[in-house]
Design a binder for this molecule. Structure first.
Ligand SMILES: Cc1cc2nc3c(=O)[nH]c(=O)nc-3n(C[C@H](O)[C@H](O)[C@H](O)COP(=O)(O)O)c2cc1C
Length: 213
């Protein structure tokens, strides 16, 4: 088998980025609503997004910089602490993509992409009306990596979930078929969750599995 080998010390950051987003796939997309200290709302997608722990319920997004400055999302989270992560689903791809444009801080992406908002219960940032899944989060820590190219790992705790009732199974699980999440792949590629299959745990017995296992 022939392999192409890349040593990260020998390739530039652009090529590293291409390999990274092509290898870690598919990535869920956090559609993040924030608000600055003047009350101006902001919305942007982040696919460097993952669950960190369930007890406490922590999630992380990784925010790069724009012209060597904090992106509005990271700046707002630092200023106000609270934010809302929405799951990106079928039908919202175009608006999600448009919300990633480089709007100045005084412009609200919500009105630019035609999304209605509703106030959140706990945090200052609004949520998207009718979003299937929205998570109100509170900043817990921010870790900055890099020197020339800085990335800010934002770790937050989920305080409250808003899940559309028709997506719930037995008031316990979120139905992935009805949710229809969209994922990001390498380059300009995305995917839908069109081929869901089931596989029971065989060992240890499923009832003994810790949720994290
Ligand atoms: C699908 C998608 C995923 C993205 N993921 C990230 C990411 O993980 N980290 C990041 O810094 N930027 C990411 N971006 C780019 C940001 O959305 C973009 O820089 C945006 O303008 C940031 O907005 P803000 O300045 O309002 O925070 C992504 C863009 C798209 C379309």
């Amino acid at each position: 088998m022939d392999y192409r080998v890349f040593d990260t010390s020998e390739i530039d950051h652009t090529q590293i980025y291409r390999l990274l987003i092509g290898s870690i796939v598919p990535r869920p997309i956090a559609w993040v609503s924030t608000v600055n200290k003047e009350g101006m709302p902001n919305l942007a997608p982040f696919s460097f997004f993952t669950a960190v722990s369930h007890a406490p319920p922590m999630v992380s997004i990784s925010v790069g910089e724009k012209q060597r400055e904090l992106k509005d999302t990271a700046q707002n989270i630092l200023e106000t602490g609270g934010y809302v992560i929405h799951t990106v689903v079928n039908g919202s791809e175009e608006q999600m993509n448009r919300s990633s444009a480089n709007f100045p801080p005084e412009v609200s992406e919500f009105s630019e992409v035609g999304l209605e908002t509703t106030p959140s219960d706990i945090v200052g940032a609004p949520r998207i009306v009718n979003a299937p899944v929205a998570m109100e989060c509170q900043l817990r820590s921010l870790i900055t990596n890099g020197t020339e190219w800085k990335t800010h790992l934002v770790i937050g705790e989920i305080l409250r979930w808003h899940i559309r009732s028709d997506l719930m199974i037995e008031d316990k699980y979120i139905d992935p078929h009805r949710l229809g999440p969209v994922g990001r792949l390498g380059g300009v590629n995305y995917c839908r969750t069109g081929d869901i299959f089931q596989m029971e745990r065989t060992y240890p017995p499923p009832e003994k599995i810790h949720p994290n296992a």
